[in-house]
Each structure stands twice: as C-alpha cells, then as structure tokens.
Design a binder for this molecule. Structure first.
Ligand code: 4AD
Ligand code: MG
Length: 500
C-alpha cells in the first residue's frame, strides 16, 4: 500500500511506494530530481542513471508537470529537503500522462488562475489555504459540540428575507418564487426554544452587487443561537469561539501560515478580553485626527510603492527588449510584469480611494451604517478583535433587540478582526417583545403572513435570546493574511463570476 508523503519520516531506510503528481522536475544528465506531491506533502524523488533505472530513466527526465505517478524507492533522511527526507527511486510507474499543464511555476496573473481554479488549488499556496479552511470548519464544529450546542440544519429554500431584501436571490419553486437563504438565523431562533443552545452551519447566498475583496455571493456561515441570553452572553461566546479557532490554527498549521507569509505573531496576540467600543465611540474615532494621520501615511507609503513598481516594470521591459536575453529569462520577466501590473492597478485604485475614505470618515454622521472603509480603519487601529456595539436601530435588521436605556439603539455587535480585516462576525440580542418586533416589521414593510411562524415564538413562552453569524471566508482571509476573499473558498462565486 502507498505511504502518505507526510509519514515518510517513519520509514527511513525502508522501501516504500508513494502515489502522487509531478510538481516540479529538473535533471543534471545523470540524475533526475522529481518533486512529487500527494496532497499530504511534497517529496523529492531522486532517479539516478543505473542498470536498475534504465527502463524508465529517460522517460523520467521528460515527464510533464502534473503527470500522476507511482514511485517506489528507499527513504533516506535529508534535513535539507522538504519533509526532511528524500526517496532514492527504484521503480516508477506513470498512471496518467500530463502534457502542457497550463499553470507553470512562473506567475500567471489572477484572472487566468481563477479561470483554472480546478487546477489552481493543486499549487502549494492554495493547498495551504484550503487545509487551514478545513481545520477552521472542524474547530468551529468542535467548539459548539464541546459547549453543549445542538446542530440544527436550516433550509436553503426560504419563503422570506432574513436580512436585507435587496440581496435576495429568487428561485422558481414550482411556479412560486422562493429565496435562497441569506441566513439560517430565523430558523435557529425557533430551534433554541426547543434545544436551548443550537447552531446551524451551511452555505448562504446574497445577491451582493459589490465587487469588493470582502464579498462573495455564496459563502459559509456558522450561526449559534442561545435561549435566555443577553448581549453580553452572546459576545462572550463569540470571544471564546474566536480564541479557540485561532489557538487551533496556530497549533496545527504553522507550516501553512509560514508558507503563506502570515505574520504569526499578530495571531499569537489574540486573547481575551477583546476590545469593546460602542457605535457612537466608533463614530467619534472616525472623525478624529488619528484617522487623518493614518490615511495620510498610507497615501505616502502607497505612492512610494507605485514609484518602485513603475521602475521595476520599466527595468524588466528593457531587459526583455535587450539583445542577448535568453528566451527562458524573457518568459520569466514577462510573467513578472503581469503580476507587477496587477499590483500597480491595485495600488492606483487604492490611492484614488484614500481621499474618498478620508472624507467619509471625517464627515461620518451618527445614524449612518459603518461602511467597508470605516470598518477597515477601526480594525486597523486595534491589535486584537474589537466588538462595536449598539448601532442605531433604524439602520439595523428588524429582529434586533431595542436597547432599554436608549430606544434609538439596538443591542447588537459587529466583531471586527484586527489589521484592517473588518467585520467577520455580526450578532445581536433578538427582539423578544411581540409589539416592538411588529413595530420594526411594519417600518420595514415586511409581509407578516410570511413570518407568522417566526412571530409565534414571541407568543408562546418568549424569552430573551441572541446569537451571531461568523463568515468562514472572511475569517479565513484574516487567519491566513489574505488580501482577497476569492482564495478562501474552493470555487468562489462573485458578481459576474461562476466558472468553473
Ligand atoms: O452580519 P451578517 O449579515 O449577519 C447575519 O446574517 C445574521 N443573521 C447572523 C446572526 O446573527 N445569526 O453576516 C454575518 C457574517 C458577516 O460578519 C461576514 O463575516 C459574513 O457573514 N458575510 C459575508 N461573507 C462573504 N461575503 C458576503 N457577501 C458576506 N455577507 C456577510
Ligand atoms: Mg453584518
């Protein structure tokens, strides 16, 4: 039976077989080096020209990238190699040929890579991200299971809006319109009255017409809901869950985080208590000089980088045009130019936006919702997650609990991840008083007929309760230190993008 590459160190001195794909290859005439990956790790396989390897040596030197292979050999310890071992090859079997694999080790540009997403995640970076994702999902489940929450699966076909009606996807359901779920919340609210503490975990859908680095139209959300809970109780769970996620990822994925270039020390600082400010305090921060200074220095740094990138592009282009530059070098430079141009585009967009973001922050009016750039600013001013609480009632979802001391506010929170990542959790205490709920639903012109089942909760033994939703992809972007959410899900769905 084949051995997983990650376990090869347990077989030093023994003959084993590994099964995988050719990741990279080079040779020096008499020796061919095949780097093979099998999903658990990478291993350098050394094929030396000898009577024993005669049958396949020449073939080995010409194998195409991503050829699938069965390689037999003796495991030898070698601290310099990935995984600390090498395989001295004695047998090689090609399982499936691969010719002209489209994604080579050179840079390609993100558009191209996303069109080849089905192959793209064979690359080390994508592999690392999606492994962290699997652990993140596992830790979320374990956290809730450990803490007495019952899993309740909620429907995806939903008769009514759970969040804003502007972001609903409509589906034809035997001639009647229904919506794809934006949230499972209303359903887990009903379930917490039966089970006490519950959670749902599944895909949710929002027709977000914004092409930002934070928005997907299909994303995964975990939503706990707790009976007999006030805002503080809900916040405590969000804090504990976040700590347990960060702890687990740091425990199990240091190599992946390092490969991704994540500053691990920033994650090591994540511990309780997180910061807590009110919406009103956040508004004051936005209008302060601190923010002006932060954005001024941003602008300067980005302009300096633009000059640097421009120079690099010019230098690269000159080298490509120069006589005497070898073809392989030209190809490499051309590929790098594609990436530099992408960076330049991004920087230029950011530089164009900074004055606008500054203006938005400086003129922030109490009563408006925090925008993406406002969240980024607040979150950059904190080194641990920050809970922003008590938003104006008028701009928030109908189900949020009216604040007892100040009826203009609700008992809600957004949890912003540090380092500019912004909101990864949104939650609240829910309105359990029927009259107050009906008042907000009327304001929102919701069709009560669609919500009778939801209102029943307030009729039969209503209790204070609350919960939150954590977005898996935004959380993963933060954990892995990724700029854009598109790499955090195997097959991203965004406005105008649904292939493959
Ligand atoms: O703040 P949101 O809209 O809250 C809810 O849906 C509540 N029903 C949750 C609850 O209280 N049970 O969304 C929660 C989280 C956000 O903080 C964000 O992480 C993620 O879901 N999210 C998105 N992620 C990717 N793309 C989008 N378009 C997202 N919209 C929300
Ligand atoms: Mg939100």
């Amino acid at each position: 039976m084949a051995v997983d590459i990650k376990r090869l160190a347990e077989h030093i001195g023994h003959q084993v077989t590994i099964e995988g794909w050719l990741y990279n290859r080079r040779d020096s005439g008499k020796i061919a080096f095949l780097v093979v990956r099998d999903g658990t790790g990478l291993c350098q396989c050394v094929v030396t020209s000898s009577p024993q390897t005669e049958a396949f040596f020449d073939h080995a030197r010409r194998l195409g990238q991503e050829t699938s292979l069965r390689v037999t050999g003796t495991v030898r310890a070698d601290a310099k190699q990935v995984g600390g071992v090498e395989l001295d090859v004695t047998g090689l079997e090609v399982v499936g040929e691969s010719r002209d694999y489209p994604i080579t080790p050179k840079p390609h540009g993100i558009e191209f890579l996303m069109k080849h997403r089905h192959l793209h995640f064979r690359s080390r970076r994508q592999w690392a991200i999606l492994r962290v994702r699997a652990t993140l999902v596992d830790e979320i489940r374990q956290f809730f299971n450990r803490n007495g929450f019952t899993l309740i699966d909620t429907p995806i076909f939903a008769p009514a809006a759970g969040e804003g009606s502007q972001t609903l996807f409509t589906v034809d359901y035997f001639g009647e319109p229904v919506y794809l779920a934006q949230t499972g919340q209303l359903y887990v609210e009903t379930a917490c009255m039966a089970f006490g503490k519950v959670y749902c975990f599944g895909p949710t859908f929002r027709a977000e017409k914004s092409k930002t680095r934070r928005h997907l139209t299909e994303f995964w959300m975990v939503e706990p809901e707790i009976a007999f809970a006030d805002l503080d109780a809900v916040i405590a769970v969000a804090e504990d869950m976040t700590c347990s996620i960060v702890g687990r990822v740091l425990r199990d994925h240091r190599p992946e985080l390092e490969l991704l270039g994540r500053d691990v020390s920033a994650l090591e600082q994540i511990r309780k208590p997180f910061y807590r400010i009110t919406y009103t305090e956040a508004a004051d921060i936005l209008r302060s000089d601190r923010v002006r200074n932060l954005l001024d220095s941003d602008l300067a740094a980005k302009q300096a980088r633009v000059a640097e990138v421009r120079k690099l592009i010019t230098d690269h282009e000159a080298e490509v045009a120069a006589t005497g530059t070898k073809q392989w070098k030209k190809d490499k430079l051309a590929a790098e130019i594609i990436e530099l141009r992408e960076e330049l585009d991004e920087l230029e967009t950011e530089i164009r936006n900074i004055p606008h973001h500054m203006e938005l922050a400086a003129n922030f009016e109490w009563g408006k919702d925090l925008g993406g750039s406002d969240e980024t600013i607040i979150s950059r001013l904190h080194d641990r997650p920050v809970f922003v609480t008590h938003y104006p009632r008028a701009i928030k979802a109908f189900y949020m609990k009216k604040n007892a001391a100040d009826g203009r506010l609700v008992n809600n929170f957004d949890m912003l991840a540090p380092q500019g990542y912004g909101e990864i959790i949104g939650g609240s205490q829910r309105e359990e008083v029927l009259e107050d709920l009906l008042e907000r639903m009327a304001e929102e012109k919701l069709n009560l007929k669609d919500y009778e089942w939801y209102l029943d909760l307030r009729r039969y033994g209503t209790v204070p309760h609350g919960g939150f939703g954590l977005g898996v992809e935004r959380t993963l972007a933060w954990l892995c230190g990724l700029k854009h959410i598109r790499e955090t899900i195997p097959f991203p769905r965004m406005m105008g993008k649904f292939y493959p």
